[in-house]
Structure formats: structure tokens, C-alpha cells
Design a protein around this ligand. Structure first.
Ligand code: GCB
Ligand code: CA
Length: 886
């Protein structure tokens, strides 16, 4: 749409088109902004600051060390000038999105309000404008919690602000309506499509804001994907004075239609021109794309597009980015969809809310099928106002995205039974379930009434009984499952068992896996991966299993990985606080291994990619003999590859389900691996992997420089900035290095324990170094050579500093806060006290990173013996760094 409008503007500037039917331009720059709840009449000029849109006021406080983020009002102010030539025109302000409640004032007068942070809205400001002088726009945006505006709670950050584009639109008073829920005013339906012909229905909404009747010609021109005109037709229409959203519907048939599909996303275009009958003057013009395709979901066989089965595989997506919150430039929306296409994905769940209009434009263009939803998440409020807002959002969503051929599903109520306000035993639970059911039915009915061409869907979390309680299995046309077996609990096989059991119980409803995923912090690697360790290896295993299972069950029509990108969720702790790391790309869209796993299985263009190409600094514990083996993984859609290590052939690797593995012996320093497909016609199908290996010797020799160890963890952690790769701990043995005594700290949850603390550790962004530790440690010893040393003891008290929020979407995996008591410890190095009676909580408080640096000289081959003696509680150590200074 945006692209088309731009093209339209450009072409209209040419000489062949003398009339500017409508004008639309962005007004993103140079707004004055002030944050505060009261009306800013008395706020002095110097307290306002200039901002450009897209803008959010939460880009920083949603990722800082202070729990929570500002949820309140922000005010935007801007002068706008309309000269005399604009007189007589209809003037609109068009907002692509502001989170979440907006009030618009023009020249001090209240013009419009909008509730909901994710849909577009449009206000007619004509009566409030003065021509030939500056007009003051004032916009209040408020992202406070509002029990009547969904979402009530969710696992993502509700960034406040005008975070999408704002436009001025000028139209003639007789025009194509912009005020039917901010849609384009043109709705294109394709009631019949098959190989031979298609029937297209175009509905246009017309306004006449003049006091006289107007006779107009509505001219439609349909263009084929090639740009050739398919047909032009006209209709004469009498518009009564003051007519609003007058409906004109026309139909045409297209023979031998060019079908839209992922392989060939052919787009037709309809240009609707409104002309004054008497003069032929073009009053308005709207250009919309549409596609010709037919589709269906089958409970046994899955999805069919244009009569052929098509397994839908792709991702969900959140609209945020590293350092920017949700205030993204168009370029990121565009490249995100490209990223999915390049992976071989053909399916996008636009979740948990409608997104920038460019997302669907891009899906149309690249051939990606979509499911779009309104942001009811976790629960509903039992109020008419909540339902009315939800219904309004549904209407906005459907009308605003009606023409996109990519859209095949409208969805609502994500995991709505995750957080019911009442316990099952509470008498009110029953009536809450009934209310959820009532609201669901109303939403369902409304969607079907607005659009009979698409399917409907509700995504459930993995509890069949909860959705039976609410009677939701019979409401939507498709059931969506958000499943995390092997992440939030259980094991990978649990996924297969769950789906087979579901299929047996509900054999007749089509089904999609609307979510599945595992958190990965690319800095963490493990030889003993386990759930919640955030390791790359665990995420790999998770997705390898799920992808195979999903592909092997034909009744699963489609699946959306949770998520395309790591995304903001302010209240989360864990390895990357404030971020949900289930993305198959990072917050700045660097692909993780899993992205390439999917590409290897889904993309047909010959491709090879080493896993872990971002892991450029690696270490490993050498054995006594100085040897270390590492398994290197390769993704490819080729059956076999030849692999070379530092120029030497390692032979052939066979791919199994897109993955090949080979064991190598890394050399100290630079390692270069090459993998290539051998066939001559695939000459370019190769990849290089380069990394630096720093082996950690079992026996520190005379060439010792440094030792970096994480305690209480089998994981390694790479700190790229500092150029340090932290090795996992081991027990001390004579002649070597390691801990003496104690055990790994494993916080308790409702179901078991976690491998690391889930607290946000303040004062650091290397949280994983502080989230694991060895409790009850007696000593850390290293038989290092004589010399001068710096020792860094990494310490953190892992008790929540305040009230810790229980995250419902963690499904019982929140660490249960247990008071561990204070620790007062005495630390000595080689018998000399270096830290007397140290109480970390007194010095730094809980949940805070502390690094104690101690310098020491080692002489007479005594090695290093750091002893911890608890005076109160248990001694602990989170990580240790030992550096030889001379
Ligand atoms: C879910 C939710 C989604 C969360 C996700 C998770 O089921 O629908 O909003 O982000 O799980 O990562 O826990
Ligand atoms: Ca904060």
C-alpha cells in the first residue's frame, strides 16, 4: 500500500496527470514531546524536547536495571500549516498506530480518541483547521494499564508512544471513504477462484461532504500482474448531500487467472477513480493490490492452496528491535519479512496484534501466508467495555487488512485461559468460563460477518481441560496450539504424544501449532544441554525434534516457530533480562543456528552453512594429554559435503534431515573450516567457518596467561567485547586447577529446579556469569607458575531484592524465592587474608554483580589456593578470572 501510494504520488507529479486526486504525506519529523499525565498547558517550553516518529518513551526504561517501565501519558505537539489552496478539502490525520489510548486535539479542541495500541485510525480534522496559518496539533498517548483495553497482560513489553507513521491526507469533499475504520474504502473479494476463472467483487465506500447532491462516475481498472489492463468499467452514482460510506459494489470475471502462491505471488491491482460526472475531474483515487487464490484447511490432510497441499511453516513475529523498542523504521519491517522468505518460510503469524501495514504488503509480495490477530492475551475482563473494544479491534483488523491475499486466518484470544482471575475451586471460575465463551462467540460471529472468505482461529496453551471448561473447542474454525514440551516442562516426546492424543479426541477440527520454541542466548554453549540453560545446543535439539515431528504429522496444517526474533518482555529475568530469547534470530536479527536448520529443510536453493558462525572465540578443556575434540555442525539441503580443516580434508559428511556433524581437533589459535557440495554445477555452494580456539590446559604450564571459569555450571560463556571465553568448572586435581567442595546452586521452582538463577542481575549485562554459582565452596585452586597475578572474584547474592513477579507464561518455572540467609565470608589467598568478614548483601545488596579484584604474588612454586571460610551462611563463588600480570 505505502509503496503504491508513493508510486502514485510520483506518477501524479508527472505532467500526464494534471489532477492530484488525493494527497498523502507523512508528518513524522520534529514533534515536541513531553512525558507526564496532566495536560501540559503550563509546562514550560524548555521541558519539551524534539522527537521524530516512530517514537516510544520506553526504549530505555524497558531494558534498564530498574524493575518496571513508565506506563502513563506522553504528549506530542506540532504545528501544521495548510494554505488557502487547501480550503474546501477534507483533511484527515492518519495514524498507523499509537500505544495504546490516543486523544487528538487541534487548536485546543478535542477531535478524536482511539483505544488500542496496534490498529490504525484516522480522524477528520477539517472543521478544526484554520487555513493560511499554523494549526496546533496536540496528541495525548497513554499506555497505562486499562482493564477495558486488551492486552491486559502478556509476555511482551507494551511500549508507549506514537510508534508508527502519521500522515496528513487531503481529499475532495466527495471522496472514497477513509473513515470506515481507517480502511482504504475499497474492499476486494474473490468469491470464486479456480484454474479457469475468477470472480472479483469490488466494494467502494463513497462520501459526499458537500451540502449538494453529487453525480459521480466510479471507474475501476483492473491490472494483471504484468501491468496490462484486464478490464475497465464505470458506474454512474448519485451521492446524496452528506452521504457517508455509500456502498457501490461491482463484479468482474477474470479468465485464466494468474494464481497467487508462495512460489509465484502474482498480484493484481485495482485502481478505483472517482470522477465528477459533469467535468470528468478526478476527485479521488485508491489503488489496491489483490491476489487470486483459493484455499482450505482439512482436519486430516492440512492446508491446501489452489487445490494442492502445502505445509505451512514459518514463524511468529514481534515488532521490536535492539535499542529501539517498537519504534521501527519501515526498513526493518521489510527486512524481517525477507528474512522469513529467505529461510524458506511460507507462513507468518502476525502476533499478538496487527502490525505495521508493510508487513502484510511484504507478505503479499513475497508469497507468505499469514494469520493476523487482535491482542487479547492471557485473560479477558468481564465487562461490556472490554468486549466492545475487542469487537472494535476485530473490525479494524479485518477492514484494514481485508484485501491482502496473504491473509488466510483471523485469530483472537491467545491463551485466554492461561491466567483466569479465579481458582478452579472458586465459584466464580464457572461464570468466568461462560463469559470467555460468550465473548469468543461474539468475536467469532463478528469476524465471520465481516469476512466470509477466511478461517478463524484461537491459539490455546497446552491445557486441553482449560479450553474445555470455556467451551472453546467448538468456536473457531481452526484450533491453534502453543506447545512447549521440553521447555517449560516434560520432554520433547511430550509434544508428539500431546498432538496424537488431541487428534484422537478432536479429530474433526483443523489444527496449527501456533507456537513452539526454546530460549537461546548465543553466548552460552554446553556439552550437557538442559532446558532453561539458554544454551545454543539445547535450542538446536529442541527445534530438530519439533521440526521432524511437525513434518511427519500430516494433520498438522501449519506451524509457527515462536519467534522470528528475540523480543522485549520487560519483567523477564534469565540470561538476557527483559528479553524473551526464543527468536531464531537475535534482537538485531542475526540468525541463530535454528534459522539455518529451517533453511536447510525448507529452502530449495542449494545452500551450506556452518552452525555457530557467530561463536568466533571458543575454548575447551584440554585433557591431561593436551587433546580436545569438538563437534562441528553443518546445515545444508545437499545430501553430502566435503569438509576441510585448515586446508586438510576431513572427508565427506552426510546430511541427515538437513544436519551433518563432524568431530575436529581444533588447533590453538585460528581454525578455518570449509564445507562444500562437490557437484560441479554447485561450485558456489560452500561455506567457511573461522574461529579462534583457546584451549584451557589441564595443567597450567609456564606459558600460563589466564584462566576464566564459570562456577556451578557446565556451560561456557563467550564475552566477545572482552575477548574472553569462560570455561565451565571442574573439580581440582593435583597439578591442575578447579574448585574444592560445594555444589551448583539450582533455584527451586514449582516443578523442580533451574540450572541458573532467573533474576536480572543489576550492574552487568553479562548476567549468566552471575546467575550460576557454587555454594559451599571451600577453595579454588590453580597450580599456576610463580608470578604476579590479578584475581577477580565474581559474586552475586541470588535472592530477589524485592517482591518478585510470578510470570504466568513461565508455567511454574519461576524460581521460588527462598531466603538463603546472609553470607559473611573470609577469603584468603595462600594463607593470607584478602577479604575479611565480607558481607555482600551489606555492601551491594542482593541481585547485584560484584567483582572483587585482588592482586597477589606467587613464589616458590606454591601455586594459587583461594580459600573461602563462611562466618555466617554458606560461602559461594559465581565465576573466577585469574590473570598473570607479568
Ligand atoms: C506463549 C505466549 C507467548 C509467550 C511464549 C513464551 O505461549 O503465547 O506470548 O511469549 O509463550 O515464550 O513463553
Ligand atoms: Ca525498567
Amino acid at each position: 500500500m505505502k509503496r503504491l501510494l508513493f508510486l502514485l504520488l510520483i506518477t501524479c507529479m508527472g505532467t500526464w496527470c494534471a489532477v492530484m486526486a488525493q494527497v498523502k504525506y507523512s508528518i513524522n519529523e520534529h514533534w515536541l514531546f513531553w512525558q507526564g499525565n496532566e495536560k501540559p498547558d503550563a509546562v514550560p517550553a524548555e521541558d519539551w524536547r524534539f522527537v521524530d516518529l516512530p517514537h516510544t518513551w520506553n526504549d530505555r526504561d524497558a531494558v534498564d536495571d530498574v524493575p518496571g517501565y513508565y506506563r502513563g501519558a506522553g504528549w506530542y505537539r506540532k504545528n501544521l500549516r495548510f494554505d488557502e489552496t487547501a480550503k474546501g478539502k477534507q483533511i484527515y490525520l492518519f495514524f498507523e498506530g499509537a500505544d495504546q489510548k490516543t486523544e487528538l486535539y487541534v487548536n485546543g479542541q478535542a477531535v478524536a480518541t482511539h483505544e488500542g495500541g496496534y490498529t490504525m485510525f484516522c480522524a477528520d480534522i477539517t472543521p478544526y483547521v484554520t487555513f493560511g496559518q499554523e494549526n496546533l496539533l496536540l496528541v495525548k498517548v497513554d499506555n497505562s494499564h486499562d482493564e477495558n483495553i486488551p492486552p491486559l497482560s502478556a509476555d511482551f513489553t507494551f511500549f508507549g508512544g506514537i510508534y508508527r507513521d502519521v500522515y496528513v491526507v487531503m481529499k475532495e469533499p466527495v471522496n472514497i471513504s477513509l473513515t470506515d475504520k481507517a480502511s482504504s474504502g475499497v474492499y476486494v473479494r474473490t468469491p470464486v477462484v479456480n484454474d479457469k476463472e475468477a470472480e472479483v467483487e469490488v466494494e467502494v465506500l463513497l462520501n459526499n461532504a458537500t451540502p449538494q447532491k453529487s453525480v459521480v462516475i466510479c471507474e475501476q481498472t483492473v491490472y494483471a500482474p504484468s501491468g496490462k489492463i484486464v478490464k475497465t468499467w464505470q458506474e454512474k452514482i448519485r451521492l446524496e448531500a452528506g452521504a457517508k460510506n455509500f456502498k457501490s459494489v461491482s463484479r468482474l470475471k477474470i479468465q485464466q487467472p494468474q494464481l497467487w502462491s508462495p512460489a509465484s505471488p502474482a498480484l493484481y491491482t485495482v485502481k478505483t477513480q472517482l470522477k465528477e460526472r459533469a467535468t470528468g475531474k478526478v476527485l479521488d483515487e485508491v489503488v489496491e493490490n489483490f491476489g487470486l487464490r483459493w484455499f482450505s484447511f482439512d482436519a486430516d490432510k492440512g492446508f491446501f492452496l489452489n487445490g494442492k497441499p502445502l505445509k505451512l511453516i514459518g514463524t511468529s513475529r514481534h515488532q521490536c528491535y535492539l535499542g529501539k523498542g517498537n519504534a521501527l523504521d519501515d526498513a526493518i519491517h521489510i527486512s524481517d519479512v525477507r528474512l522469513l522468505k529467505e529461510m524458506g518460510g511460507n507462513f507468518l503469524r502476525v502476533s499478538h496484534y496487527p502490525q505495521d501495514p508493510l508487513i502484510l504488503d511484504m507478505c503479499d509480495k513475497l508469497g507468505i501466508l499469514t494469520s493476523v490477530e487482535i491482542p487479547i492475551v492471557n485473560a479477558v475482563t468481564e465487562s461490556e467495555k472490554f468486549l466492545a473494544n475487542s469487537l472494535n479491534m476485530v473490525e479494524e483488523m479485518v477492514k484494514q487488512s481485508y484485501n491482502h491475499p496473504s491473509v488466510v486466518i483471523w485469530a483472537y484470544m491467545n491463551e485466554v485461559m492461561l491466567k483466569p482471575p479465579y481458582d478452579k475451586k472458586d465459584g466464580r471460575y464457572q461464570s468466568y468460563c461462560q463469559e470467555v465463551n460468550r465473548q469468543a462467540r461474539e468475536l467469532e460471529q463478528t469476524i465471520r460477518g465481516l469476512d466470509a472468505q477466511r478461517y478463524t482461529l484461537i491459539p490455546f496453551h497446552g491445557s486441553v481441560s482449560a479450553y474445555e471448561d470455556a467451551g472453546l473447542f467448538t468456536v473457531p474454525m481452526i484450533v491453534g496450539w502453543n506447545l512447549y514440551q521440553g521447555w517449560y516442562g516434560g520432554n520433547f516426546d511430550g509434544f508428539d504424544k500431546f498432538m496424537l492424543a488431541y487428534k484422537e479426541k478432536y479429530p474433526r477440527t483443523p489444527v496449527i501449532i501456533t507456537e513452539y520454541g526454546a530460549d537461546v542466548d548465543v553466548r552460552i554453549h554446553s556439552d550437557k544441554p538442559e532446558r532453561f540453560d539458554y544454551s545454543v545446543e539445547y535450542g538446536d535439539l529442541y527445534h530438530e525434534h519439533y521440526l521432524n515431528s511437525i513434518l511427519s504429522m500430516p494433520f498438522i496444517a501449519g506451524a509457527n516457530i515462536w519467534n522470528l526474533n528475540d523480543f522485549h518482555s520487560e519483567s523477564r529475568g534469565n540470561a538476557v533480562p527483559h528479553i524473551n530469547c526464543k527468536g531464531i534470530t537475535t534482537q538485531d536479527r542475526q540468525p541463530k543456528n535454528t534459522y539455518y536448520l529451517y533453511k536447510a529443510r525448507l529452502d530449495s536453493v542449494p545452500f551450506v552453512k556452518f552452525a555457530d558462525s557467530d561463536w568466533q572465540l571458543r575454548s575447551g578443556l584440554l585433557n591431561r594429554e593436551g587433546m580436545y575434540r569438538q563437534t562441528v555442525k553443518i546445515y545444508s539441503n545437499q545430501p553430502r559435503l566435503t569438509v576441510l580443516h585448515n586446508g586438510k580434508s576431513l572427508g565427506t559428511v552426510n546430511m541427515v534431515n538437513g544436519v551433518g556433524t563432524i568431530d575436529i581437533t581444533p588447533v590453538e589459535g585460528k581454525n578455518i573450516l570449509l564445507a562444500r557440495a562437490d557437484a560441479a554445477e554447485l561450485a558456489g555452494c560452500m561455506d567457511l567457518l573461522e574461529f579462534t580456539f583457546k584451549g584451557v590446559k589441564w595443567q597450567p604450564g609456564t606459558d600460563f596467561t589466564e584462566l576464566n571459569v564459570t562456577l556451578g555450571s557446565p556451560c561456557s560463556f563467550t564475552d566477545v567485547e572482552a575477548g574472553i571465553c569462560w570455561a565451565p568448572e571442574k573439580e581440582y586435581e593435583q597439578g591442575s586447577w578447579g574448585y574444592v567442595g560445594g555444589q551448583p546452586f539450582r533455584p527451586k521452582t514449582r516443578h523442580g529446579t533451574l540450572p541458573a538463577s532467573d533474576l536480572d542481575i543489576w550492574g552487568t549485562d553479562k548476567d549468566p556469569l552471575f546467575q550460576t554459582r557454587r555454594d559451599g565452596i571451600e577453595a579454588f585452586k590453580a597450580d599456576v607458575p610463580d608470578g604476579r597475578y590479578a584475581i577477580y572474584l565474581y559474586l552475586a547474592d541470588l535472592v530477589a531484592a524485592g517482591e518478585k513477579e510470578v510470570l504466568p507464561y513461565n508455567l511454574g518455572n519461576d524460581a521460588v524465592s527462598t531466603e538463603m540467609g546472609t553470607t559473611v565470608v573470609e577469603v584468603s589467598v595462600n594463607g593470607q587474608q584478602v577479604l575479611p568478614a565480607y558481607d555482600i548483601r551489606k555492601e551491594a545488596g542482593s541481585q547485584r554483580a560484584v567483582i572483587k579484584k585482588i592482586q597477589t604474588d606467587i613464589t616458590e612454586g606454591q601455586g594459587l589456593n583461594i580459600e573461602f571460610k563462611a562466618l555466617t551462611g554458606k560461602a559461594f563463588l559465581n565465576a573466577i578470572r585469574i590473570v598473570k600480570l607479568d
